[in-house]
Structure formats: C-alpha cells, structure tokens
Design a protein around this ligand. Sequence first.
Ligand code: TEU
Length: 588
Amino acid sequence: MTTSRISTITPDDARATGTHVASAVHEPVAPDSPWWRHAVIYQVYPRSFADSDGDGVGDLRGVTAHLDHLVALGVDAVWLSPFYRSPQRDAGYDVADYRDVDPLFGSLADADELIDAAHARGIRIVVDLVPNHTSDQHPWFVEALAASPGSAARARYLFREGSGEHGELPPNNWQSIFGGPAWTRLEDGQWYLHMFDSSQPDLNWDNPEVGDEFESVLRFWLDRDVDGFRVDVAHGMVKAPGLPDWDGHVAMVEGAADIAAGAPEDGSTGAGNTGPMFDQEGVHDIYRRWREVLDEYDGDRALVAEAWVEPLSRLARYVRPDEMNQAFNFSFLTTPWQAERLRGVVEASLRANDAVGAPTTWVLSNHDVVRHSSRLGLASPGLRPNGIFAEDPQPDAGLGLQRARAATLLMLGLPGSAYLYQGEELGLPEHSALDASVRQDPAFFRTQGVEAGRDGCRVPLPWVADAPGYGFSPTGETWLPQPGSFRAHAADVEATAPGSTLQMYRSALRLRREASLGTGSLTWEPAWSGSADVVALRNREVVVLANLGTEPVKVPNGVKVLVASGPLVGDESGALLVPTDTTVWFRA
Ligand code: TEU
C-alpha cells in the first residue's frame, strides 16, 4: 500500500537543524525497585470473570481456574473487586462483613486457595477495601437502626436531625453520586447520609471506633498474605465539619453536562470531585496510620487510592512517602484522544508524582466507566459517559478498537505502573444496548433511567467462542446477557489469531518487562514535541510513537520495530509508515 501525503520530518532531521533540545521529563528508577512502582496490575471483577459452579455469576474458584490466562498475558498482580459478604445492592461495594466471602463467590478457603495459587505463579494479589460506607445490612448499621438518636451505635454513621420546621427536610442539600438526595429519613425522624445508594450508609470517620475497626480489617487480610489494598472512594471518608450545603455537582449525570474543556497545562479534565464531602485534609491522617500498619508486615505491601481528585498535584498528596503507594490517574483516563492533551496529562502526571517520589499509575478502563474500546469510538464522548443506551448514538466499534489498541500501547510504553481491566486484553467492547429489564446498577435506578449506568462494562467474559455463554460458566448462564460481538473476541480465538488484541497485549507486556519500561524514563522526541498529530517519546532504549493525525507518519530508517497496535504500511521507497490511530514501539 502506498500513500502520497506523509509526514516526512524525522528525529534525525530535527537533530540536524538543532532546533529542539530534548530534556528528560522523568528519570528512570532502578529496575529492581518495589513492584508497585512498575507493576502491570489486572483488575478482576469477580462476578464477571469466570463462573465455576454454573449459577451465572463468576466466583473465586473461577478466577483460580483461569490464572494461567493471566500468566500467559504477563501481568504482575491482580486486583480483585469486592467478594465479601454483601446483599449485592451495588455489586459488592456494599459490604456486610469485611472478614468473610459472600457465598455467591465461594468461601474464605477459596480466597486462601486463590491467594496461594496466584503467589505460586508469581502473581501478587490486591484486594478491595470499602471504608467510606458499609452495607445497610452490616451489623453496625442494623444496631444503629435499632438504637435511639444520640446513641453510640448511631455515632458510627452520619445521623443528623433534618432541617425545616419539623425536620422534614434533609440536613443539607447534598446529592448522591448515584443520583437523588444523599439523605434518607428513618421513622423516628433522623436522617442518615449516603453518598451512594441508600443501602450504603457513610461511616463517621471522626469516631475512633471506625478507624480501629478498619485497622483490624487490614490486618485480617494482611495476615492472609494479600499484597495490597485498592481503597474505594479514598477521597471521601472525611467530610467538612458541619456538613455545609454545597451547590456544585456530585451526580455523574449533572457533572458531565457542563464540564469545562479542561486545563491542558496541569492535565486536568474536569474529572475530579469537589465539594465538602471530598478530598478533605483529614483523609491523609487515615493513610498515614495505614502505612504504618502495612509497614509492620514483610514484603512490599501497597495501598492504591481510588480518588477522583484533580489537579494531579493535589492527587499526588495521597502518595506522599508516608501515605499510599499509588493513585489511579483518572485525569489520564478522561483525557480526549488528542496529541497535545495527552502529552500535557502525561507530563503533568510525571512531574506531580516525581515531586513526591511516587510512581504514576496509568489506567484506561475499569468497572465504573465505558470500556475504552467503545469510549474512543463515540463521536462525542463528552467527559465520561455513564453507560450507553441502545437508543444513543452507538460507538464505531472498528474505530474504537483501533484507537483503544493505540491508546493501550501508548500507556504501556510509559514509565510507572499500569492497570488493566478484565476483557480489555481481548478488545472487548462495551455492551451498549442492554435492555432496561436486565440493568442492575443503582445509578440507573436512582437517576430514574437518565443514566444507563455501568452494567455495560461488567458483562461476563467470553472464554470459548463455540460454547454456551461463550464458556463463561459450565451451564451457559450469565448474570448479564453477552452481545453477539463477544464471539469474535473470545479468549480461545484471540489466543491464536495473528494480530489479535490479546497477542498485542502479550507482546507489549513481555517487551515492557524485558526493556524495564515500567521503571524507565520519559523524554519527548524533539521532532514531534509540538505536534498536533503525534505523541512520541523515548523510554530508555524504546521510542513509543502514537499517530493520532489523519496522515501516516514515517518510521525513521534503520530502526527495529518491536510491536505495533495495527498493521504498518510501506511507501514506494520501502520505508515503514504508521497509519492514523496507530502506536508503534521501536528501538532506535
Ligand atoms: O467508585 C466511586 C465512584 O462512584 C466514582 O467512580 C464516581 O463515579 C466518581 O466519583 C464520579 O465522578 C467506587 C467503586 O469503584 C464503584 O463501583 C462503587 O459503586 C462506588 O465506589 C461505591 O462504593
């Protein structure tokens, strides 16, 4: 294939003219640095990974049975979304017993077996900790409901008298992140705060009993040899004194509509939560205490913050040396597919975290957002669509997957740690046409169906193209229906199909490990450092070049191509060209 219009400037040209001087944005760290500085961590969403018992819901034995998929993929660690005892009103993020496994997912013995089996394969295990709220079926909340206003039992949560003449109005105007008021009233007249569903009452972190309980929960799982914790809503546990009214946006649907264009210079996209219920100074005391607990244990045990906080310099405060180890980079996840914006967020991330000596933690997908293979195929994705309805403009699947592969290869070429969400290694699309009758996300119900919610990214994985339920469970049952498009993405097909997304992920992870890119460096390639179309960087000996423009870009002569997110093409002279929406790694 040939083309007439190509970008001809190469790094050699730029060096020859002497117009650009590259200076390192980020210096390497030692390749044998602690694992969390460079690990590729794979998120398992247990209910949708693999079902061993045939009830249509994934379970811990299902994870253990498929660990070799993760070994072949080449990840360093697994983060498991919650599998604790829970009424499952928010898919397990409503915990009724932090020290037991829900029968839906198996038993404590199954958890022990999974941890051992993963360790035997050199894979670390990170579990999810949900400290902002409990389930309304947690013994503490059951006790609080039975107790009277002003009791010690109620002081573990945020109970308040209402406002209005007879206390008939909520104590303040806060809205739940899932939509609707953040307060629910009891028959005795008191109200309790829930930043999420009404079945998820917020804990009172000013009460020392709460801190002591969570220290004990940490020790329970550390004693079972987990390697770390992903901390849910890590920016939310402490609220401003007096719980003042706040007129800003909290709910995803409201927030998304009037998000500003972002601030490229500091990498912000508008994804950060603000208001008196988020990012209060007191949360840092909690993490300092937890750091001390983790440091009592052998090995490098890690804490990762799920904190929707901007700007990145503010997020970096969660990963100061005496606090957590990692914080998900949601500014990166929400950055539009534009070269200048991507360079901006990458540079701002590295600078902010270097200032506190922490690694960056890149991520493109998780169980709360539209899968990046679909998000990047939307004509106008906005900041962060909360699900897609069948009636909505549908993503362009081909474009989305091409961009997703390019975005992933760019991400995996960056220094720092990276998180993958189960199924992205198969190029799985979002289920963007789920029927309302099968939806389960409380965000769908609490917004009265204004938001589709997160079910579309939580659909059970396809393992075998020609089996019922694509091999997710022995019976073919799946708790959410799988779209027909999953067939072509089944793991057994992708394992052997040349050029498949799975093969690209495997190659990239192997090369990333061999070249120590996770502990590596970042220097912008001078020829493209101001380009509107190309992001090109050097990490140690590897150049990562992503072409987001409409014209193909020439790979410099004489380099060795290591991996590409799509087919490269040749021009008349035999030079290699990187097509639109394609990333390539080469060794110069
Ligand atoms: O998510 C927190 C959460 O809801 C954010 O992702 C939220 O969407 C963002 O702040 C809006 O801007 C965690 C879990 O990941 C999620 O699955 C749970 O539902 C939630 O906490 C409640 O535990």
